[in-house]
Design a protein around this ligand. Structure first.
Ligand code: BEZ
Ligand code: FE
Length: 287
């Protein structure tokens, strides 16, 4: 195989993959090669532009560490995460829609009893969440594991704050026998995704804003059901129609009701304003 040129290179690489023993890997790599080559042809990529792309991806990798995942951020801001989630969760009409996972989930969050305070001292106005987890036929899902995470009132997740010695704004709960779940957190606010890395450079260069509308993240797992990864967005947020990562679904917008000082849903007396959210999650059966 010699004298390969711009017209024969794609077939040559595909031919080199012909002995791949893993059919799915072969399908994915072959398609990737075809699309990459077509992309380079379509835009007539120059060597300087190709090198800039390599430098960009290198910087993206170098920005990653145990607490920062710049590749997820890149996938999110290019809409790839939403595409992959949407095409893998063609849900039934009743089930709660999924949305992007994002880079700020941390495995092993504190396990709290129902009614517990997940804020861990995070700044923000109190939020009282009362939720149900049901199956498609309305059956309560008891003992579902519900992983919740959120940013504080200044728009930061705990992993973005240096020097914290305990988690804030994250916890794992389990639903009761009726599939109910209630806990305390802080009112979410809109926040910008991190812009101090290559993704920020791309947003800036393309005239895009980095804001996400206020939301709380949920990951719900229960035997016999598909795992649901989703958010509940805050109604009225100015960024609901221009989310930097394309994650908003109308069905995921919740009413975070504002209350003035007084008795809160957990029986405590609140000296200042607080908020209450009720939301019903519906899981798809597994398989
Ligand atoms: C988040 O909601 O935590 C998030 C999602 C995608 C990109 C950045 C942040
Ligand atoms: Fe978030």
């Amino acid at each position: 195989m010699r004298n390969i040129n711009e017209h024969t290179i794609t077939a040559a690489v595909l031919d080199r993959l012909s002995d791949c023993g893993d059919p799915r890997l072969k399908e994915i790599l072959s398609s990737l090669v075809r699309h990459l080559h077509d992309f380079a042809r379509e835009v007539k990529l120059t060597e300087a532009e190709w090198m800039a792309g390599i430098d960009y991806l290198t910087a993206t990798g170098q920005k990653c560490d145990g607490k920062r995942q710049e590749f997820i951020l890149l996938s999110d801001t290019l809409g790839l995460s939403t595409l992959v989630v949407a095409q893998n969760h063609a849900k039934s009409a009743q089930a709660t829609e999924a949305t992007v996972f994002g880079p700020f989930h941390v495995p092993g969050a504190p396990r709290l009893p129902l009614g517990g305070d997940m804020s861990g001292g995070a700044v923000g106005e109190p939020l009282f969440v009362d939720a149900t987890v049901r199956g498609r036929d309305g059956e309560p899902v008891a003992d579902a594991e519900v992983d919740v995470w959120e940013a504080d009132a200044e728009g930061f997740y705990d992993v973005q704050r240096a020097g914290l010695d305990a988690p804030q704004g994250r916890a794992v709960f389990r639903t009761d026998a009726q599939g109910r779940l209630w806990f305390r957190g802080v009112l979410p606010v809109a926040y910008p995704i991190p812009t101090d890395g290559p993704v920020g450079t791309m947003l800036n260069a393309t005239g895009r804003h980095p804001w996400r509308p206020a939301h709380v993240h949920f990951m719900i797992r229960a035997p016999g059901y598909q795992t649901l990864i989703t958010h509940v967005f805050r109604d009225g947020d100015p960024y609901l129609d221009s989310d930097a990562v394309f994650g908003v679904r109308s069905s995921l917008i919740g009413d975070y009701e504002r209350h003035e000082a007084g008795p809160a849903p957990d029986g405590s007396a609140q000296a200042g304003p607080f908020h209450a959210l009720s939301f019903g999650f519906v899981l798809e059966p597994a398989g």
